[in-house]
Design a protein around this ligand. Sequence first.
Ligand SMILES: [Zn+2]
Length: 531
Amino acid sequence: MARERLYLFDTTLRDGAQTNGVDFTLADKLAIAGMLDQLGIDYVEGGYPGANPTDTELFAKERKFDTTFTAFGMTRRPGRSTSNDPGLAALLDAKADAICFVAKAWDYHVRVALQTTEEENLASIRDSVKAAKAKGREVLLDCEHFFDGYKANAKYALACAKAAHEEGARWVVLCDTNGGTLPHEIETIVGEVCKVIPGDHVGIHAHNDTEQAVANSFAAVRAGARQIQGTLNGLGERCGNANLVSIIPTLKLKPEFSETFDIGVSDAALKKLAQVSHALDERLNRGSNRHAPYVGESAFATKAGIHASAIAKDPATYEHVAPDSVGNKRKVLVSEQAGKSNILAELERIGIKADKDDPRIGRLLEIVKERETIGYAYEAADASFEMLARRTLGTVPNYFDVTQFDVNVEQRNNAKGERVTVSMAVVKVRVGDDNMISAAEGNGPVNALDRALRKDLGKYQKYIDGLKLTDYRVRILNGGTEAVTRVLIESEDENGDHWTTIGVSPNIIDASFQALMDSIIYKLVKSGAPA
Ligand SMILES: [Zn+2]
């Protein structure tokens, strides 16, 4: 049976750019648009030409995308003609395949915010759609506050939508601008709209203010809408827009949708979804949500022992979809609830062969449990777990010894008479028969220690040249009678691989030293450095 086409419209670069703390450069916008294009998104809304220099520049040139590259802007201002409205002129001149107009659809907003008549607002919609069509553009109309407007005055909200449709707008998009509408209301109202405008011309634009933007989008599709608007990772002002990263796999992998609809995202592109989601966070210089559905690091992570043994027998027992279908990985957590099956599953995942009857496996489990009671958290520190496992199984060479280190922090006046705090570290290392001393300054004691430690490892130096620390997190825990410090260090190497190591101690320097050492030794093992 032929499936119906459902269209995806991404507004990460327009509505998503309203997110607190997000400020896209032109290069960011082009890179993100390219990613969305490759993913197979039908429409990419780039921004609002004329509203700011970045967006004006973005639309100043033809951009070579397969997606329908869309410019956003206002319908003509009340009381003006389309030929005498500079904002509209900038929009019509933009090098875009489509134009998405935003217009008021709530009579109250027309009166109070626009200070014009209901009839003039309808005329503005009609004239603007007509002008963009005459320029050869595909046209969309975002009906702002559609659902609140519909509840207040259904007749007028529908008249706005109909005005655009009758003038030949390809899509009329129903916006839940304040994000407060609930799924059953969306379903009812979209159903009413689809009696007047065919559903394959109706879109939904949901905001997440009751954390139901994704559910609201699906409710609209059930009621007949055939375009979903959203953003990558649910970016957007306040609580965000509908999250396309959750919507796409649901449409692709859940039979209710996948048997009824086709979307532009291929199975192969779907496998890149986790990567796309993480690439956006990296560009925004923020950590990814570990608990994000489908793509988060914990989305397919299991903790309890009985689950792990069932997963070893058949992964589908505790997974709603296959992790690799969205480019994610299964993860079995090592934790205080862990049984032997967790340990074995985790060893297998990191490529360590082990026999389940080997007494060293039981010992490793004991050590993990003991250490977790004093503050270690191995599920957050994959590389430290691997080091612990390899040491317990006796497979880590003794590359070098740190025989002594000294860190000092000094506050004094510099040559300009300014008060400065300077940190310095001295590390003594023995590599084979060679004894080395390295000293380094740093912007803090841990930074100084890290620099000194990695300055000269003799014959091993070449293996750690590409190693760098990308994140350093500290938590103070209440471990029994005294507070202890837990340090997590994230490292990266020349191949772009990431790993996390952990240290725990009442002393922050000591905890940091443990995590730094684990990271360096992990890198040596990973690089196959000879013993
Ligand atoms: Zn919006």
